[in-house]
Design a protein around this ligand. Structure first.
Ligand code: SAM
Ligand code: SF4
Length: 326
């Protein structure tokens, strides 16, 4: 359905957990978090009931996220059930990749359409400095395994960290040289711990890529299929380079998404704390009509734009990235 600004809202990010097996410095405190209990997070049956209602309200694409979604048991089963919902055309997953080696076959059997793998560096020591654990080698192995599936769209997501990976832009982009995958650079958003990590802009990244690989041209499908990335082609590269620039190129006029936290809070925008507690409605006996009205009210009320770059009216989000699904 369309929101109050005429945007077609057809995409939802559903967080299935706030737990994670990494501690990326800009996302989660090194000493961990007070994780929510099993009772606090939505059961899969609750997610599926809501997903049917989301589909009725025009949602066609679902991204499963977290925390790290693969630390929750049976995510493949959830995906297989989401895929059966009439109107849902795409179910994808975003992951740090560490558990993919174990779960990729069952995810593919479940019908996964696409995967985003977060990787901020190719250097093991830098990886350790950023994430505190895990290994680049393991993530790269998972990326190769994903590329073996022709019908799986693979995207690598790199957050721009001026003090950690500016000098690696060229090497990270080169992952798209001989593989049919997209490498996307995401500008750091000043949320939670991310406020203390300066990023760099799309222009900086593109300039370095141009110096290394020659002219950067807009890709044929420049806007991709589910925003907010803008895509470029480099001569001789099989895959594309994407820029997700929430700060330097505010993309809110094309925003197509809403978000459901692991605790069942439906959010119209990452930046604001507004939304509706669907868990409370679910667990106090709300019927489908009441739930549908609540969902559609959130969509209609979606703010025009985020307010990272200026003071805006409205309630700012105090929850952290791992709590709201990035
Ligand atoms: N654990 C999974 C992963 O890392 O892909 C899914 C959740 S994670 C919160 C989703 C994405 O948000 C990751 O690519 C992460 O790098 C990104 N992220 C976290 N904090 C961010 C921030 N302040 N600005 C921009 N991206 C951020
Ligand atoms: Fe975990 Fe993803 Fe946050 Fe890193 S960015 S700590 S992998 S939730």
């Amino acid at each position: 359905m369309r929101d109050g600004y005429g945007r077609n809202i057809d995409y939802i990010r559903i967080s299935v957990t706030d737990r994670c097996n990494l501690r990326c410095r800009y996302c989660m405190p090194a000493d961990g978090i007070e994780p929510t209990t099993c009772q606090e997070i939505l059961r899969f049956e609750e997610i599926l009931r809501l997903a049917r209602l989301f589909a009725d309200s025009g949602i066609q694409k679902i991204k499963i996220t977290g925390g790290e979604p693969l630390v929750r048991k049976d995510v493949s089963w959830l995906i297989s059930q989401l895929k059966k919902i009439p109107g849902i055309q795409q179910v994808t997953l975003t992951t740090n990749g560490l558990l993919l080696g174990q779960y990729l076959p069952t995810l593919m059997e479940a019908g996964l359409d696409g995967i985003n793998i977060s990787l901020d560096t190719l250097e093991e020591d830098t990886y350790q400095r950023i994430t505190g654990r895990g290994s680049v080698r393991q993530v790269l192995k998972a990326i190769e395994a994903c590329c073996d599936y022709e019908n799986l769209r693979v995207k690598i997501n790199t957050v721009t960290l001026a003090d950690y990976n500016l000098s690696e832009i060229e090497a990270l982009a080169a992952l798209a040289k001989d593989r049919k995958l997209d490498v996307r650079f995401i500008e750091m958003m000043p949320m939670g711990l991310g406020r203390d990590f300066p990023g760099y802009t799309q222009e900086t990244a593109l300039k370095r890529l141009e110096a290394a690989y020659g002219t950067v041209l807009p890709a044929e499908d420049e806007k991709g299929d589910s925003g907010p990335a803008v895509y470029y082609k480099l001569e001789g590269f099989q895959g594309r380079i994407g820029m997700i620039s929430a700060m330097s190129h505010i993309f809110c006029k094309d925003c197509n998404r809403i978000r459901l936290t692991a605790e069942g809070f439906l959010k119209p925008c990452l930046h604001y704390g507004t939304g509706v507690d669907l868990r409370q409605l679910l667990r106090t006996g709300a019927d489908d009509e009441i739930l549908r009205q609540a969902i559609e009210a959130v969509i209609l009320d979606k703010p025009e734009r985020h307010g990272f770059c200026q003071e805006t009216a409205g309630v700012k989000e105090e929850r952290k990235m791992w709590e709201i699904g990035g």
